[in-house]
Design a protein around this ligand. Structure first.
Ligand code: NAD
Length: 354
């Protein structure tokens, strides 16, 4: 089996838990080079994951490593896009955490460059790689199964969440200051007034997961009908699917421990509801209920916690590298998520200032 030579930038919390751990489980991954700014952390992570080389900055890695099959970038959000840009410019295949950038224009610049350079560019929306989500999508796509249920009449995507992280996560934490702050690109679109930046960043970071999941099921025929994001507690957005089917997106914060995250697709005679637990807490499974009793069929209930989405996401990137083609969450596809988020904010700001 051909070894896949990997480089990693960033070995913080999610870099370790969501990525290094998952790629390490794949037999033919060769951990060639790590870039991590924090000295103690870099040394400990290099040892634990058996990296051949470790560098303090991604620039050093770029200068010294020319033969990597792919680079995984997991850094602070406003640093993700410029670091991805540096690697794509130097002809590397790249996988980054979400969000891919802070605006549609930034994202477009990255996608354009990746097309010009003919490199692979994938974004980490891990939730679609959950095996329960796959199974639900298969049912959703199977017209023989769904035809009894009638037309889709409404879709609801809902996330009221708390922290979602384990109390004592199992990763190397050296307590060194996480002070690296460059290179960075602006954290919001250039057309946006500064007063919206903080809320926009939060929305893009947390709820682009919902947008990605909605598009995974429904595809591209989505437009923004209205947006109310000014409530400090709950935001509500109304999208239109195929011009007339309402897609309601309600999001916000619960108590710290609270969690209620689901996608529900309503048919005339039933529904498909997928519940998502906090994904960084192990042992909790995504599940779905396909409610069909109204048409005289048994409900289908499914859950599985045999594997988690981050592991399957890592496998998917390795497969992409082997086949030299990205199957899911390619940069050019995630660009559409970015456009939808930005259009939600344009609608909200327009409605506010009318
Ligand atoms: N998919 C999810 O559910 C999910 C969950 C949490 C976080 N995330 C994403 O993960 C990212 C944050 O990950 P994290 O929690 O590991 O961040 P972090 O800030 O804890 O770690 C980033 C690490 O990168 C290092 N670093 C930054 N720039 C560097 C450079 N140029 N060269 C070398 N080292 C550099 C820093 O020293 C730091 O240790 C964000 O993009 C966030 O959106 C995704």
């Amino acid at each position: 089996m051909k070894k896949i030579k990997l480089g990693f930038v960033g070995a913080g919390f999610n870099g370790q838990i969501g990525h290094l751990d998952s790629f390490k489980k794949i037999k033919n991954c060769d951990f060639v080079a790590l870039a991590e700014d924090r000295d103690k952390l870099r040394n400990l992570v290099k040892k634990k994951y058996k990296f051949k080389k470790a560098y303090k900055s991604h620039y050093e890695l770029l200068k010294n490593e020319k033969k990597l099959d792919g680079v995984i970038i997991v850094t602070k959000r406003n640093m993700t896009a410029p670091i991805a840009y540096d690697f794509i410019k130097n002809n590397f295949n790249v996988f980054t955490e979400k969000p891919m950038a802070a605006s549609f224009m930034q994202a477009k610049k990255l996608v354009k460059l990746s097309n010009k350079k003919k490199v692979l560019y994938k974004i980490g929306y891990n939730k679609i790689f959950d095996p329960v989500v796959w199974k639900a999508k298969k049912l959703f796509d199977n017209q023989k199964i769904t035809k009894d249920l009638g037309r889709i009449i409404m879709v609801k995507s809902h996330r009221l969440s708390g922290s979602g992280y384990p109390k004592q996560p199992n990763y190397i934490d050296t307590n060194e200051k996480n002070k690296k702050s460059e290179p960075f690109w602006p954290s919001a679109p250039s057309w946006m007034n500064k007063k919206y930046f903080k809320d926009y960043e939060k929305y893009l970071n947390l709820y682009s997961h919902n947008i990605n999941m909605i598009r995974f099921f429904l595809g591209d025929e989505l437009t923004v009908k209205s947006a109310n994001l000014n409530d400090n507690y709950i935001s509500s957005v109304l999208l239109n699917y195929k011009k007339s089917i309402p897609v309601l997106l309600t999001t916000g914060f619960f108590t710290k421990e609270g969690w209620d995250d689901y996608l529900q697709i309503f048919y005339e005679n039933g529904y498909l509801k997928i519940n998502f637990p906090p994904q960084h807490i192990s042992g909790k499974s995504t599940d779905f209920l396909f409610h069909r009793v109204n048409v005289g069929k048994k409900n289908i209930i499914y859950k599985s916690n045999k594997t988690w989405s981050f592991d399957l996401q890592a496998k998917s990137f390795i497969k992409d590298l082997e086949l030299n083609k990205i199957k899911y969450n390619e940069g050019s596809d995630i660009l559409k998520d970015m456009l939808l988020v930005e259009n939600i904010w344009k609608k909200y700001i327009y409605e506010q200032n009318r």
